[in-house]
Write a protein that binds this ligand. Structure first.
Ligand code: PBG
Length: 321
């Protein structure tokens, strides 16, 4: 008889036949940096995650470095917003100052910047508004300004998350022409209009003041369209293709892995994180095991890289083992 149980008998044989594993080197940790002084605010809807002002950031970065998490993804919360999000390309803006600070004090940390406008516009949309909708091509011009400013400040990688058509070409061209041909782009290539971003919008103050993001983010019903999106970004030269959210889109992660010869990242978003935290606070699930099981499902689906608010928790857990 074929007996699959033979290879499950002890932990050591299970280790030998184990197909996937989660490592600290798979992880990127998102960091929220708020303009101002003396800020260290717990984000109520994301237990364990805080917004820091730059003067309070060192403790957090010391921990990230000690845990050997390879990279952080920066989100800025500016003190002033306007119609177009002009703070995004201000060389003295919160992200630019943060990059310089981090690269000076933590040179080994790999610094990725989220490239978008929603935290910086007074309407909360991811670009310039014309006729009640985001104007794609006008937004591309500003995206180019934003990435150049991040690159000049010393970012190691940029990650555009606005789902504008042609954004990778616009960004790649701008970087190449400004002397940054070696700066990689991680594209939020397949990003769905998801309710799982709820807690993040509290964290980053980026809820749209009117309408929603469905004219630029993808319809959760669609699968073929994800290949189309990824294909454009692949052709336009994105170095890493990302799928977001992760947990409800494992099929999409596998599709992208099977169809493209690029590293695949996924974003384990705020809602996915907070659901686990909340259920575990109630004592309904085992937080550590559910965390590891869900992150492992992303690896199994084909993710090479996982952006997750659990990064520090995972690193601590793996050190214990
Ligand atoms: C937008 C952006 C969002 C997230 C990352 N970048 C929110 C959105 O599209 O509304 C969400 C991340 C999360 O939920 O953890 N620039």
């Amino acid at each position: 008889m074929n007996r699959t149980r033979r290879l499950r008998k002890t932990e050591n044989i299970r280790r030998l036949v184990r197909e996937n594993s989660l490592q600290v080197s798979d992880l990127i940790y998102p960091v929220f940096i708020e303009e101002g002084k003396d800020i260290e605010t717990e984000i109520t809807s994301m237990p364990g995650i805080k917004r820091f002002s730059l003067d309070k950031l060192s403790k957090e970065l010391d921990e990230v470095s000690q845990l050997d998490i390879p990279a952080i993804l920066l989100f800025g919360i500016p003190s002033s917003k306007d119609e177009v999000g002009s703070e995004t390309w201000n060389d003295q803006g919160i992200i630019q100052k943060s990059i310089r600070f981090i690269k000076r004090h933590y040179p080994h940390l790999y610094v990725i910047t989220d490239v978008c406008f929603c935290e910086y516009t007074n309407h909360g949309h991811c670009g310039i508004i014309n006729d009640n909708d985001v104007d794609n091509d006008a937004t591309l011009v500003n995206l180019a300004k934003q990435v150049i400013s991040h690159a000049k400040a010393g970012a190691d990688m940029v990650a555009p998350s606005g789902m504008m058509d042609g954004m990778i070409t616009a960004i790649r061209t701008a970087l190449d022409e400004s002397g940054f041909p070696n700066l990689p782009v991680m594209s939020y290539a397949v990003k769905y209009a998801s309710a799982f971003y709820g807690p993040f919008r509290d964290a980053a103050d980026s809820t749209p003041s009117f309408g929603d993001r469905r004219t630029y983010q993808m319809d959760p019903s669609n699968r073929d369209e994800a290949l189309r999106e990824a294909n454009f970004d692949d052709q336009e030269g994105a170095d890493i293709l990302m799928v977001k959210p992760a947990l409800s889109y494992l099929d999409i992660i596998r599709d992208i892995k099977n169809n493209f010869d690029r590293p695949v990242a996924c974003y384990n978003v705020s809602g996915e994180y907070s659901m686990i935290k909340a259920a575990s606070e109630k004592g309904w699930i085992d937080e550590e095991r559910v965390m590891m099981e869900s992150l492992l499902s992303m690896k199994r689906a084909g993710a090479d890289i996982i952006i997750t608010y659990f990064a520090k928790d995972v690193a601590k857990l793996l050190l214990k083992k």
